[in-house]
Design a protein around this ligand. Sequence first.
Ligand code: WTA
Length: 667
Amino acid sequence: MTNEAAAHEPSLENLLHENRSFPPSAEFAAQANGTPDLYADARADRLAFWSRQATELVSWRKPFTEVLDWSQAPVARWFADGTLNACWNAVDRHVVAGHGDRVAIHFEGEPGDTRTLTYADLQREVSRAANALAALGVHTGDRVVIYLPMIPEAVIAMLACARLGAPHSLVFGGFSADALRSRIDDAGARLVITADGGYRRGAATALKPAVDDALAPRDGVESTVEHVLVVRRTGQETAMAEHRDVWWHEATEVADVQHEPVWVEAEHPLFILYTSGTTGKPKGILHTTGGYLTQAAYTHRYVFDLKPETDVYWCTADVGWVTGHTYVTYGPLVNGATQVMYEGTPDTPHQGRWWEIVEKYKVSILYTAPTAIRTCMKWGSEVPAKFDLSSLRVLGSVGEPINPEAWMWYRRVIGGDRCPVVDTWWQTETGAIMISPLPGVTHAKPGSAQVPLPGIVADVIDDEGKPVPDGGGGYLVLTEPWPAMLRGIWGDLERFKDTYWSRFPDIYFAGDGAKKDEDGDVWLLGRVDDVMNVSGHRLSTTEIESALVSHDAVAEAAVVGALDETTGQAVVAFVILRGEAAAALEATGGDQDAIVAQLRDHVGKQIGPIAKPKRILVVPELPKTRSGKIMRRLLRDVAENRAVGDATTLADASVMALISTGLNKPK
Ligand code: WTA
């Protein structure tokens, strides 16, 4: 295509049109933390706005005088001459303010064991843990790797590191010994905190052997780790290496319950979190203290309308992901919230487990991922209907674009048609929520993250870097620095610049496709790597998937572009049917022709002929990463009849075999 032609081609087609809109109820708006003024304030003076958030929501040892230093762009410095401690902000200051008796964490183990930790309990536990870490030689600036199940010690360990100014790096408990070792090596970690095991799907699963394996010399090279602290969770047989391994309970039992936090500068590293992109080695995303805490607390307060005295908040994410960092550990605790923490899987021992937990703790704010919502849709509305969900008042979604039908289901079945749904767009790199409706203010649209939060500046631009008009599609970018932005990739400044700042000069490129609708609201359209080109039209996978999910028979869909001789790429869809439709298909002996024809027609009607999948395959499962994102790359391999590529980051390695077997089944 010539440059001239390219200038007239839309960067991404705008396919779906959504007309439903849900204004906030007068009752909700009257009590909401968010107000239209917040947008006006931020627009009037953005830096003054952030300065106010940092002062009101975070406690400083030494107040800052400078808000933003962007002279070393793209590495920002926020509130740089202030000092503070993240753990003090999350724990001690609430006790000092007289809220020591407030529950910080209601823990629910998968086997049904429970623990309640008040803010005063947390203060004792984090102080003990910080003293224990210091006794094992952890100093300010040392890196600590945390490899734990979803148990309170995970949060306590993170906070104990923060208390010492020792950056933590969490590695999700589902990752292998190799993944663990490469992260330990990259961060040069001095200590690992792990557990004997955890409970998942009704069984005790060992964790410690993976640590032993990870720390064994590789090609004769020792790891940098000196000690391993081991939490006893399951009580299973656990080998302990002499001089290296120490039981958490023994180390903390003898530790003092007083600990003076280390006051660090605002730009002191708080954590490194590795993201495994589609290519290259994982990137160690670096976050620092003051700006990160400010945006974590601000977004948690306004996006979820948090009332710390009365709300019970529950974010279902694992602490091993960024969502667990910002919306299990730092955001809620800095805001003094009461939260639920659940160890296990949503269907252990039954498919209503989550809803049973909502009923039991009277959860009022729920934050989860589209993949979980679609799974619950597949299980059927009867499951949540058995529980009392009337305590809920705000629902959040994160991790992937949420299909409008999944959004509607979430609102209707879980939220009883009364709770605002907030679709929150952000990334490990952004540190905290960037684009989201504000409950009580925004007229919500199913499937759209809608507007940058007050203080955040985002846009959708075309190939040439020009903002697209309303109704147009292109690339999502962030055009002004924000407090919780990543400060780099650990040890690799060049890669940081290359990855995020080189596609469009001086603008942060998020890697996501997006469009603006007629009102200027933002719709996320998936990773740009997944965009398809069909007969010269750039189509997003998201909109075709949403069209498929809007059919009664479909619970989940994944769309990929497969090489095609005539159209360049052809749309190939993989769908999972809902309970009833799956049973009906079974009854016909698995003959997919009828349902496939219906679904193709449906997409044709919803979007137009261009988007009609050339092939639709009914499958029992979809390949997902451990954080629940669909791995379209592997489906492209199947659609193009190639051997399936590297599937090591799949949550369930057997899924690809299931899909391929399903395809080969004789008709
Ligand atoms: C995707 C998770 C659409 C997006 C917090 C982003 C979303 C990537 C949404 C970051 C959303 C996250 N709508 N897409 N509400 N939230 N994403 O680093 O592609 O695990 O770039 O952070 O998830 O994933 P990460």
